[in-house]
Design a protein around this ligand. Structure first.
Ligand code: G
Ligand code: G
Ligand code: MN
Ligand code: NA
Length: 255
């Protein structure tokens, strides 16, 4: 069966689900989470996004998947709010694809789903990869500005891998910059690895943009990043992405 037909079938069969990975501040308090889609395939088992996101983008199915993720995010936020374990500074990140970012309908799609819940746009963070910000800069800034005006928080994902023009960084209305895992992997290797991460953190700090380290796996990495004044941490050291119920349990035990 063709994968795109299988995606359409799987949407109707409710086989997609959303995992959540927590993000903590340098002191260890939970400050947010990232939503990561998974496909519970009846015969193939759990399928990761690397194996279907590109196909979904190609066949115009990505917004349908995004709506599922956003709905799951809203359900999580409502549940955590009802349990009094978050306040309205807690936000959940969703990953935006290039084709969605280019679409004039993105904002309406997001607002339509949010409308079914009593959740503020400021509790939703939109992750745009750095590579999406290297083409038509004026268009990118305008799209970001419009999303920001509706209250969405914007984040630059996979920073350091996208060859964006650094002079534009101060023009982007973003509230977060996520250093790509590939740089965090090398932070203990040698002076060069350390210096690259330190330079990204200093650059973001000078622009008043909080910085997240992605893919932190060891205490030694965490200590090195804290010494460089990192703001937040995401990675297996804190927790792997979890199903909603496991995430809620984890969250309540790690307040
Ligand atoms: O969850 P995992 O680490 O396997 O994610 C791999 C990639 O898939 C990441 O780059 C992430 O941005 C992307 N991804 C995960 N969930 C979504 C989603 O809901 N929408 C889009 N567009 N990409 C996603
Ligand atoms: O959207 P983005 O490309 O940033 O997606 C983050 C991806 O990184 C997710 O697929 C998530 O499962 C993965 N991830 C998060 N933390 C770690 C980690 O500590 N180690 C590894 N190997 N992967 C991680
Ligand atoms: Mn991401
Ligand atoms: Na990333």
């Amino acid at each position: 069966i063709e994968l795109e037909i299988d995606i359409v079938r799987a949407i109707a069969a409710d086989e997609f689900c959303t995992y959540f990975q927590p993000k903590t501040c340098a002191l260890g308090y939970v400050v947010g989470a990232e939503a990561l889609i998974r496909w519970n395939h009846p015969t193939k088992g759990l399928i990761v996004p690397a194996d279907f996101i590109a196909i979904a983008e190609q066949y115009g199915l990505i917004q349908a998947l995004q709506n599922i993720v956003l709905r799951d995010v809203c359900i999580l936020i409502e549940q955590l709010t009802a349990s009094h374990v978050i306040d309205d500074t807690f936000n959940v990140s969703i990953n935006i694809s290039q084709c969605q970012f280019n679409s004039a309908k993105l904002k309406t799609e997001l607002l339509t789903t949010l409308n079914d819940f009593s959740i503020s746009t400021s509790q939703i963070k939109l992750e745009i990869t750095e590579s999406m910000l290297s083409g038509d800069i004026d268009n990118a800034i305008q799209q970001m500005q419009e999303l920001k005006e509706d209250g969405f928080i914007l984040s630059i994902d996979d920073f350091g891998t996208g060859y964006s023009c650094l002079t534009h960084l101060s023009a982007f209305p973003v509230k977060e910059l996520k250093i790509d895992k590939s740089f965090i992997d090398n932070v203990l290797d040698d002076e060069a690895g350390k210096s690259i991460v330190n330079t990204i953190i200093s650059l973001a700090k000078s622009l008043n943009i909080p910085v997240v380290a992605e893919g932190v796996e060891s205490l030694a990495q965490l200590e090195a990043l804290k010494a460089m004044n990192i703001d937040s941490i995401q990675g297996y050291l804190i927790a792997k992405p979890m199903m909603k119920d496991d995430y809620v349990k984890w969250h309540k035990h790690n307040l």
